[in-house]
Structures are given as structure tokens and as C-alpha cells.
Design a protein around this ligand. Structure first.
Ligand SMILES: Cc1cc2nc3c(=O)[nH]c(=O)nc-3n(C[C@H](O)[C@H](O)[C@H](O)COP(=O)(O)OP(=O)(O)OC[C@H]3O[C@@H](n4cnc5c(N)ncnc54)[C@H](O)[C@@H]3O)c2cc1C
Ligand SMILES: *[C@@H]1O[C@H](CO)[C@@H](O)[C@H](O)[C@H]1NC(C)=O
Ligand SMILES: *[C@@H]1O[C@H](CO)[C@@H](O)[C@H](O)[C@H]1NC(C)=O
Ligand SMILES: *[C@@H]1O[C@H](CO)[C@@H](O)[C@H](O)[C@H]1NC(C)=O
Length: 438
């Protein structure tokens, strides 16, 4: 990045875009740079991936590099003062039970993860990590009468965050700098002169011009730049149900339970709402759009479809059935309680689950900060700083290589990071045709 930019436009105010805006506004190199943060929805974006009741905060990764970055993020999550990130109930360290049946999908991930968190725990002197070697041990650790399976471990220093409240905290911090202009509007395309990106054109009003444009548009990024073979939007199922006050009291004390053999997980309830979800291969939503490169061809890409597009949207029957099955196994007392809300939340998936944080090699002035691959939220306190490091060309070690724009494309992006459950290759419309609502 030579010379210092006089203006930077960030498109997308999720965890990637908002944390980038904050990091830019606090770095001396950008003290004279105008920083604009654009989002199509007023904050908090109702269908953004960063906005939800809860997100798992764990250093439990099979990759040592992500485990270590997550452990450093967690140090900030653990700060419990009212004005600090983890305060006012934004973070709860209730422990994580991570399981995978022996010989089944996910076992390798969980074994490698166990090694990584043991190592982190040894070096930081925190935590209690205990291997769970039988169904009985799993049952005792989960405490809901739903401990099944034959192998896993509990990490008592992992937990979960109130995702929306965490984002509101970040937004307040970003506003307090007084450096960022927040604009509501939808970018419909990049504004270009040849191969130079000059900003973005909006659905209404004049274009926004900038020396550097950073796309942090999450699962929608494929509608602004051609990411075929590198990243794709996959829809993930979530189902919610109401609890009584006494159930909240009791289940509020359970650990997070994540089954890497199925991808199914349950996060402790809050405000009498319990969520059951799947960290899976997800659904694609193939949509024919004009190639954003502007060469006139039509291309098929997966584009999110959310309750903003269709307020009555309900997950396909297949997804609800998976959540139902998980509930029966994990919290048997709620086995037949109906779900009152469901949601499809969109991952921006890459082939290896690595983020995509790099300059676009084909367009001058265009930077990508996306590819969250279903695990980006926990990095809220650190990801913006690392993104700006890459913008500035600073050394960040091994992660730089992982986050790079890959010259080689794959035929179909299917995330194979060892953590996904469900079935690869599901298409949203096809699953809906088989039925919705159980
Ligand atoms: C169901 C689910 C569960 C998850 N669980 C976890 C977890 O337990 N732990 C964890 O760490 N991570 C988890 N993740 C992943 C994490 O939430 C994401 O990696 C992260 O939120 C991605 O942030 P983002 O900023 O890339 O995207 P987003 O938060 O989606 O932000 C993109 C923003 O861009 C805006 N936008 C899009 N197009 C345009 C446009 N054309 N013009 C203007 N604005 C636009 C959108 O309105 C949106 O606000 C989960 C994700 C999902 C979906
Ligand atoms: C263990 O942790 C140390 C310090 O954090 C790190 O340098 C080392 O590479 C880690 N080892 C493994 C096997 O992950
Ligand atoms: C995890 O999934 C496997 C495979 O379906 C299952 O056998 C096991 O009981 C599950 N464990 C938990 C704790 O849900
Ligand atoms: C587009 O780029 C060309 C070549 O660099 C330059 O001469 C021209 O002024 C540019 N046009 C605009 C509108 O910036």
C-alpha cells in the first residue's frame, strides 16, 4: 500500500467491516484518511451473519494458528467490566463440550483441537481441560441428561457471546472515535475505470468514491466481485424455542455442546430462548447474475436468501428435522417442544475454511475482507487489526498465507476443514420442494 490513501470505503458493517473501520481509525498512518462505512441495512443489520442471539467463543481449533489467534481474542472477551467487551453478559465462560464419535466424521478435528487447547492452557496457566472417554463422562459434563456419544472433551475456559450485544459494543467504540462516517445504502456494483476501482455505485444516490475500497460484505460478496472457485454463500439452519423461567435458570448453566460428528450444536439459552443449530456444509442458493466483472456474461453464484427477502421464510424440513434430532439427543426433556422461530444464516465459505483477507490481484484499490467460513465472530476483538496489518503490508506470520487470494480455483467450493456436519451439495430450493415445517 503506497502512498497513504486520502479515503477508504468499507462496504459491510458486520464483524469484519466494523472492526476494520475501528482499527483504521486508531492507526496513526490513517490519521488523515476519510473513513466511510457503508451497509445496506441500518445497524444492526437484521440478516447479517454477525447478528444473532449467540456465537461460540472457543480456541478449540484443529489449526494451531487459529487456536492461537482465538486465544488472544479470548483475553479481551474475558474482560468483564461494564464498558469492556465481556461485561454486562456479553460473554459467558460456561465451558464447551466438544465431541465426536470414535471412527466418525469430526474425530480428527476434535483430537487436534484437544492438543492445541492443552498446549495453550499449559502456556497460559489457565483452564481445565478434561478428556471424556465414555458416554457416562460426557453425560456428566453436559448435565442435561443428554450426554451421548463415546468420546470428546470439555474445555472449561471456552464459552459463548451474545452476538448482537457484542456488535453493539463494537459499534459504540467505533462511533466514539469520531473518525468514521456511517452511511446506509446498498452498493450495487464497484465503480471502475479500467482495472482501477474508484468506489461503489449505490442503489440510490450518487456513488461513493474512495482511493481504497474494502469489501466486507460477507455472504453477499459474490454479487460485487467474481469469487467463483474461491468463496461461496452457504445457508445454515437455526431453530429457536421458548423456555420457562425455571428451565432458563437450569439450562442457563449448561456448557456449549458441539458435536463434530454431526455439526449440531446447542448454546446455553438466554432470555428464555434456546437455539439449536448446525455447523454444516449448508445449502447453496444458485442464482444467475451478470458477472460483476462487467464482461456481459451471466454466471451462476450462490446468493443469500434471508427473512429480509421473504419474511415468512422457514428452514427446509430436512434442517428442522436435524435440529429436532439433536434436541432429542442433547436435551431430552425438550424433545417434543415445537420450534417457534427458524432462520437461515449465511456462511461465506472457502475450500479450506480460511478467511479471504487480501488485495484483489486483478483490480487496483480493491481489498477483500471476508471468507468467515462459519467461524469468524469470535475474532471480533482482533480481526480488524489483522486486516489492517494486511492492508498496510505488515508481517503477520502464518495467517498471511492462509488468508491469501488463491491463484488456483476449485471446481465447487465445499469447505473441508474437518468440522462440518450434514450432507454436502444440498440446494436450498430443492430441499424446500421436499417440504418445509415438520
Ligand atoms: C448460523 C451461524 C452460526 C455461526 N456460529 C459462529 C460461532 O459460534 N462462532 C464464531 O466465531 N463464528 C460463528 N459464525 C460465523 C460468524 O458469524 C461469521 O464468520 C461473521 O459474522 C462474518 O462476518 P462478516 O462481517 O463477514 O459478515 P456479515 O456480518 O454478514 O456482514 C456483512 C454486511 O454486509 C452488508 N452488505 C451486504 N451486501 C451489501 C451491499 N451490496 N451494500 C452494502 N452492504 C451490504 C450486510 O447488510 C451485512 O451487514 C456463525 C455464522 C452463522 C451464519
Ligand atoms: C504450543 O504453544 C507454544 C506457545 O504458545 C507454541 O510456540 C508452540 O508452537 C505450540 N505447539 C504446538 C504443537 O501447537
Ligand atoms: C454426536 O453424534 C454422533 C453421530 O450421530 C452420535 O452418535 C452421538 O451420540 C452424538 N453425541 C452427542 C453428545 O450429541
Ligand atoms: C480513467 O483512466 C484513464 C487512464 O488512466 C485516465 O486518463 C482517465 O482520466 C480516467 N477517467 C476517470 C473518469 O477517472
Amino acid at each position: 500500500m503506497a502512498p497513504l490513501p486520502s479515503s477508504i470505503l468499507i462496504v459491510g458493517s458486520g464483524v469484519f467491516g466494523l472492526s476494520t473501520a475501528l482499527a483504521l481509525s486508531t492507526r496513526p498512518s490513517f490519521k488523515n484518511t476519510r473513513i466511510t462505512l457503508l451497509d445496506r441495512s441500518p445497524f444492526p443489520s437484521p440478516d447479517g451473519s454477525s447478528i444473532d442471539t449467540s456465537r461460540i467463543i472457543r480456541a478449540d481449533y484443529s489449526s494451531a494458528a487459529y487456536a492461537s489467534l482465538a486465544a488472544s481474542a479470548q483475553e479481551t472477551w474475558r474482560q468483564q467490566g461494564d464498558s469492556e467487551l465481556g461485561g454486562q453478559g456479553r460473554y459467558s465462560e460456561c465451558g464447551l463440550v466438544l465431541v465426536a464419535d470414535k471412527g466418525k466424521q469430526g474425530e480428527k478435528y476434535v483430537r487436534e483441537s484437544l492438543e492445541n487447547v492443552k498446549n495453550i492452557s499449559a502456556s497460559q496457566g489457565v483452564g481445565l481441560i478434561q478428556e471424556l472417554k465414555t458416554r457416562k463422562e460426557i453425560d456428566a459434563a453436559v448435565g442435561t441428561g443428554g450426554g451421548s456419544g463415546d468420546w470428546g472433551y470439555i474445555n472449561t475456559v471456552s464459552g459463548w457471546a451474545d452476538a448482537e450485544e457484542g456488535m453493539k459494543w463494537l459499534r459504540r467504540k467505533a462511533e466514539a472515535t469520531g473518525r468514521i462516517s456511517f452511511v446506509t445504502g446498498q452498493a450495487i456494483s464497484l465503480l471502475k475505470n479500467g482495472t482501477k476501482v474508484l468506489g461503489a455505485t449505490l442503489k440510490s444516490g450518487p456513488p461513493l468514491l474512495a482511493d481504497i475500497t474494502i469489501l466486507a460484505t460477507g455472504a453477499w460478496t459474490s454479487s460485487l466481485v467474481d469469487l467463483r472457485g474461491r468463496a461461496t454463500a452457504t445457508g445454515q439452519v437455526l431453530c429457536y424455542l421458548p423456555l420457562s423461567a425455571s428451565e432458563q435458570e437450569r439450562l442457563g448453566k449448561m456448557p456449549v455442546l458441539l458435536n463434530m460428528s454431526t455439526g449440531m450444536f446447542i448454546i446455553p439459552p438466554k432470555n428464555q430462548i434456546l437455539k439449536v443449530a448446525r455447523h454444516g456444509y449448508g445449502y447453496s442458493n444458485p442464482t444467475s447474475i451478470p458477472n460483476p466483472s462487467g464482461n456481459g456474461e451471466k454466471i451462476d453464484v450462490s446468493i443469500p436468501r434471508t427473512t429480509l427477502d421473504d419474511p415468512t421464510l422457514w428452514v427446509p424440513r430436512e434442517g428442522e428435522a436435524a435440529c429436532r434430532q439433536a434436541l432429542r439427543e442433547m436435551i431430552p426433556e425438550l424433545a417434543e417442544r415445537p420450534f417457534t422461530k427458524s432462520k437461515i444464516c449465511w456462511y461465506t465459505d472457502t475450500p479450506d475454511g480460511d478467511f479471504l483477507i487480501d488485495w484483489h490481484p486483478g483490480f487496483e484499490g480493491l481489498f477483500l475482507a471476508t471468507g468467515g467460513s462459519g467461524h469468524g465472530y469470535k475474532f471480533l476483538p482482533v480481526i480488524g487489526e489483522r486486516i489492517v496489518d494486511v492492508v498496510e503490508g505488515r508481517e503477520i506470520g502464518e495467517l498471511r498465507g492462509k488468508w491469501r487470494w488463491r491463484e488456483k480455483k476449485v471446481e465447487n467450493v465445499v469447505t473441508e476443514d474437518g468440522s462440518r456436519g450434514g450432507r454436502p451439495g444440498m440446494v436450498l430450493e430443492e430441499e424446500w420442494r421436499k417440504g418445509s415445517k415438520l
